[in-house]
Design a protein around this ligand. Structure first.
Ligand SMILES: Nc1ncnc2c1ncn2[C@@H]1O[C@H](COP(=O)(O)OP(=O)(O)OP(=O)(O)O)[C@@H](O)[C@H]1O
Length: 273
């Protein structure tokens, strides 16, 4: 059973009794959309506090995998559990930041208002005491280092600043699983590294499991515990050293792929990534 406790002023969940239940467990899962099989034989397990990145070419099914965990689509075969239960819509144990395009420059909403949308429909949503609601929003803004631009019009913020707000929004319900869909896209190397460091800090400090969809392993190589690589309707999971190898990716793609290391970076050659 989960109980809520106060820890140094931060509202956290006592999850000690649940540590042994995987946050995510998929066995022989198949995903079919319309007549098309998107993924099959997905087998994976993710534990509390693990930082996992999902990689793979365009259209491989990375976002679809997140939608499956959110209960937005159902598997066509296999067993799936999120925190020991079947996935279901509106699960407040999951924080989700969808794929994001830069907001319109003339959007006049304040940054803190956008973060507050994360509470709508939840316990501290509209109709609940403003003081409690504001305190939760303030705490999330502080956690992502966004207090200094909290009152700025959101459309005028940089891509990295907007991304911080989406992460703050996803943290409001104190989730045990955080799903981030391409938070590094459109960011330069420095801003991307800042977001990776932020997500890594959130993951470790909160012991929340994180699934982060990305296109490049390099900014994540030294921080993630595991990689889920999706390609050719199939997927594989393991540490970066196990997954990002010529042998492993050639097996997954079913055609020759080479992992090249140069200038301290890794490149997958021979596959569209
Ligand atoms: N509702 C749907 N009906 C049928 N096919 C769909 C539907 N939604 C997505 N697809 C297909 O599922 C596949 C996987 O899409 P998905 O968005 O999950 O890929 P992705 O790996 O996240 O891609 P990207 O890196 O480009 O964002 C694509 O071929 C897409 O066209």
């Amino acid at each position: 059973m989960t109980t809520d406790v106060q820890d140094k002023g931060r509202h956290v969940k006592d999850v000690s009794a649940e540590q042994s239940t995987p946050v995510i467990s998929l066995e022989q899962v198949q995903i079919r959309l319309g007549k098309q099989i998107i993924q099959e034989n997905i087998n994976l397990s993710v534990q509390s506090g693990e930082f996992v990145t999902i990689l793979g070419p365009n259209g491989a099914g990375k976002s679809t995998l997140l939608k499956l965990l959110l209960g937005l689509i159902k598997p066509s075969a296999g067993k799936i559990q999120v925190l020991g239960k079947l996935p279901h819509r509106g699960n407040t144990d999951i924080g989700y930041a969808p794929q994001h395009r830069t907001l319109e420059a003339d959007l006049a909403l304040r940054a803190r208002d956008v973060v507050g949308f994360g509470l709508d429909g939840h316990r501290w949503g509209p109709g609940w005491p403003n003081r409690k609601r504001n305190a939760i929003i303030e705490q999330a803004l502080e956690e992502v280092d966004a207090l200094h631009f909290a009152n700025a019009p959101v459309g005028q913020l940089s891509g990295g600043e907007q991304q911080r707000l989406l992460i703050a929004q996803a943290l409001l319900t104190n989730p045990r699983l955080l799903l981030l869909d391409e938070p590094l896209s459109n960011l330069d190397i420095t801003r991307g590294q800042e977001i990776v460091a932020l997500v890594n800090h959130v993951c470790r400090a909160r012991n929340v499991a994180v699934l982060l969809v990305a296109h490049d392993i390099n900014p994540l190589l030294n921080v993630v515990d595991k990689v889920i690589y999706v390609a050719n309707k199939r997927s594989t999971i393991g540490t970066p050293d196990e997954v990002i190898t010529t042998e492993s990716l050639t097996r997954l793609y079913g055609s020759p792929v080479e992992v090249v290391k140069a200038l301290g970076r890794m490149f997958v050659v021979g596959a569209e990534i």
